[in-house]
Design a protein around this ligand. Sequence first.
Ligand code: 3HC
Ligand code: NAI
Length: 691
Amino acid sequence: MTQLTQSVRLEFDGDVALIHIDNPPVNALSHHVRQGLLDGMTQAESSDASAIVVICDGRTFIAGADITEFSGPPKPPSLQAAQDAMENCSKPVIAAVHGTALGGGLEVALCAHYRVGVSSSKYGLPEVKLGLLPGAGGTQRLPRITGAARALEMMTSGEPITAEEALECGLINEIVEDLQAGAIAFARRAVAEKMPLLRIRDRNDKLADTPPSMFDEFRAGIARKTRGFLAPEYNVRCVEAAVNLDFDAGLQREQELFRDLMKGTQSKAQQYYFFAERAALKIPGLPKDTKAADVGRCGVLGAGTMGGGIAMNFANVGIPVTIVERDEDALERGLAVVRSNYERTAARGGISSDDVETRMGLISGSVDMGDFAECDLIIEAVFENMDLKKSIFEQLDQICQPGAILASNTSALDINEIASATSRPDAVIGMHFFSPANVMKMLEVVRGDETSDIAIATAMGIGRTIGKTPVLCGVCHGFVGNRMLFMRGIEAEKMILEGAAPSRVDQILFDFGLPMGPFAMSDLAGLDIGWDEATSSGSTVRELLCESGRRGQKNGSGYYTYDPTTRAATPDPEVEQIIQGFAERQGIPQRDISDQEILERCLYPMVNEGAKILSEGIAIRGSDVDVVWINGYGWPMYTGGPMFWADTVGLSDVADRIKHYASTLGGEHWSISPLIEQLVAEGGSLSTYTN
Ligand code: 3HC
Ligand code: NAI
């Protein structure tokens, strides 16, 4: 055995050389891995070995370039040097894959003459998720082995394929049971049978019949999902180059496009997000050995909009759920919605009809809270009313077993006050899902003053189990996400009274990259949330709209009027009149508001509030705020989230504008966060700020 670098060693099993990579946790291609691979290839080629296997220790094959190296100057050797050594080797080179061969990892494997993998192995080019393209020849080699159609799909989605699929499309040559033994056996067979030293770069057979129309059709197909992102289009251009140019010219094109993306802010934002999402899982002060409670059965109280979706999350991963409603009718209605959601997914091919029954079978309905006695975690999702929630928690305290975690899905209420209704405030925590709860990935975990480490570890852990992105925050009105949203709402509301049409405000935020603006969002949620006909006094535009029967999308009219069949939204002159009439009665002068002002007045109060949330310690780090906004509200990931975006715009410029609006418009939400002023003075940034 020869240790080549800190992470790579060369071993021999008789006539087969084994280049072992051991760079935990994911065998990323750090410079010492590249060096070791190059040295290993050079030494193995000049040794007596007749074949070479590249194999990894630990939980996975190479999972890609070392993303932490992207921010510094390139360190030699280049990956290409090692890849060339593999591809041009005079002996068969076999890549042996377990875990995930991703990005640069798959690009290394594609330079072997043959690939074998265990049945659980996966293969993908996820660079698009980092705002990049597979810049180590992957864009030219993958289409040559899978054909253009599958390469387009893999490169623009970033999603990996299974070993079975990889075998079927020719990406790997064999599925082996024992990785090392299987790879060595394959290597010996390659030598014995004098298998050709296949270089993917020399192949063109799978590209020959690519119809030229494929690319534009593909672009049209992904346009909605990839709106605003640069990387998917760049990936498509690379596959076009693979089809239309020879290998070396295609490689050159790939390199130009890769450099372009690497220089831009989108890739920086998306790489920042990659680490932000992982950082959010780390809770300072939470002892590493904190044991989360085992959630064998989950209870959900309330089968309304949120409760039904929350229950689905658990059933989807095989955890039985007891869902309790206040009466049979409401229960039946709630369960029917859950079933129809599953059936819709099944009709679209997302799950099988057996899955529908299995999942429904995991959900038991009841009208007796006593049935929560067996549950390990109970999530309350009843109406947003403090007195009601307190009385519910008082009852849960009586019913639930010791050690059970009592969670509330409240969107804004004080978790400490809710906890005070129980004799075990340490077991009480907020688990704030976003609507639709079975779809949206965001989960704000809200820690009260007395919430225990176990409750935090359980909520964060189970959040991951059900596929959410949990972020821990503290108690305040609206927590992180909604508290910032409220600030945007104040200015959006003011601007429509000053003369900006709701549709214009919405359009500007849509163009910024959000899925919808505040008025379309209100229509979707329902204008009558929290509205009471008995006490409504026409004191806001929203009240006036509700009073005139406009309740939002659900009854076909709100800020917009909705086509009953297509649900397409059109601005309505009646709404304009309502707004103008109200503005007149309030004596608000009308004026032209520029697009820039609309954008600033919507987004800067959010940045300002985000900074206040940080300085109050409600969020642990600036990047947590970004994770909440990207996953909870669809803030465009390619700008990194509101904190990263403000840093990109320039915090000092943002601060100037906030101060400008504070002096011209006034209002507490414009009073500048001292943290912003401090960071401007120190040259710091919101996105890297940590409490
Ligand atoms: N570079 C540096 N660090 C990485 C990394 C990478 N490529 N991939 C993962 N890590 C780190 C994570 O930050 C995390 O660190 P932490 O423990 O300090 O938080 C640790 O490795 C473990 O990662 P996960 O928590 O994500 O572990 P999982 O087991 O859940 O997932 C994985 C493993 C599927 C490999 C996942 O980490 C992943 O998807 N990684 C990124 C893969 C990727 O994007 N590869 C392409 C890179 S770009 C590239 O290759 C360019 C090339 O074309 C030139
Ligand atoms: P909803 O009105 O759709 O559902 C509430 C359900 O609770 C109803 O089915 C009702 O019958 C039931 N209920 C009321 N009192 C009950 C009791 N004593 N026992 C059993 N069931 C009872 O409300 P929605 O929208 O699901 O909201 C629930 C909670 O989730 C609220 O706290 C809300 O703030 C929060 N939330 C709502 C979001 C949304 O977009 N709708 C998003 C995130 C949180």
